[in-house]
Design a protein around this ligand. Sequence first.
Ligand SMILES: Cc1cc2nc3c(=O)[nH]c(=O)nc-3n(C[C@H](O)[C@H](O)[C@H](O)COP(=O)(O)O)c2cc1C
Length: 242
Amino acid sequence: MINLLTSHASVRKYKDEPISKETVYELVNAGQHAASSHFVQSYSIVHVTDDETKEQLAELSKNKVQILGAGAVLVFCSDYRRLEKAAELHDESVEYGYAENTLVGAIDVALCAQNIAIASESKGYGICYIGGVRNAPDEISDLLKLPKGVMPLFAMTIGVPAQENDVKPRLPIEAVLHENEYDDSKYDELLPQYDETMKAYYSQRSSNRKVSTWTEQMTDFLKSPKRTYMGESLARQGYNNK
Ligand SMILES: Cc1cc2nc3c(=O)[nH]c(=O)nc-3n(C[C@H](O)[C@H](O)[C@H](O)COP(=O)(O)O)c2cc1C
């Protein structure tokens, strides 16, 4: 299991081999067995099988290669609609407009998705998460007919790998693991070290070679805000983040 986890690399190009609905069921079943906060199971997954819908999803999320080439495309949504229906059975309503509910929904979705990722990789498939779904969350909600309470967070493409990527070196363990107290003094030494590791990786990997470091990339990525409409999109789906 640990070998499987540490050999993960996202796969973006797949062979033209569809994944059967039975296999998708098997993978989703593995996903459902992830732990769930208060057992809310606050997620739904839309398996996109219709070609036209897939085309539009690919276009809207700006990740065409993965989505159009995949054997299976799953859109992961935080879901309080089903919990609302549960309360309706008891003539009650639920309140999910708080930041806490958004966090719980996102955590539950991520745990389920990562189980599915690992289950897929254990069967020899490659996967790629598609956060690009949040490039057009309102349009994708309309496309998939997501009711209020259901928020698309990301997708996952799964398929038989046609092109494998080298495993990306992670941050040194000491950078992410703290003992008893958070210690940011160590980053001044560890981050330049990691930059050297990533520079070597980027210049030697089998495809898409480049000259870059991790700290440069992160700085570029984070120096300006991203997807600033997300607050409004969450509110549109009933997540008001009070
Ligand atoms: C939530 C999430 C969203 C992501 N979105 C995209 C995406 O839209 N397109 C893409 O090509 N890769 C996407 N990725 C993949 C990351 O780029 C990738 O995991 C990261 O660079 C580490 O590389 P590795 O997965 O090969 O180890 C996403 C990953 C996560 C966890």
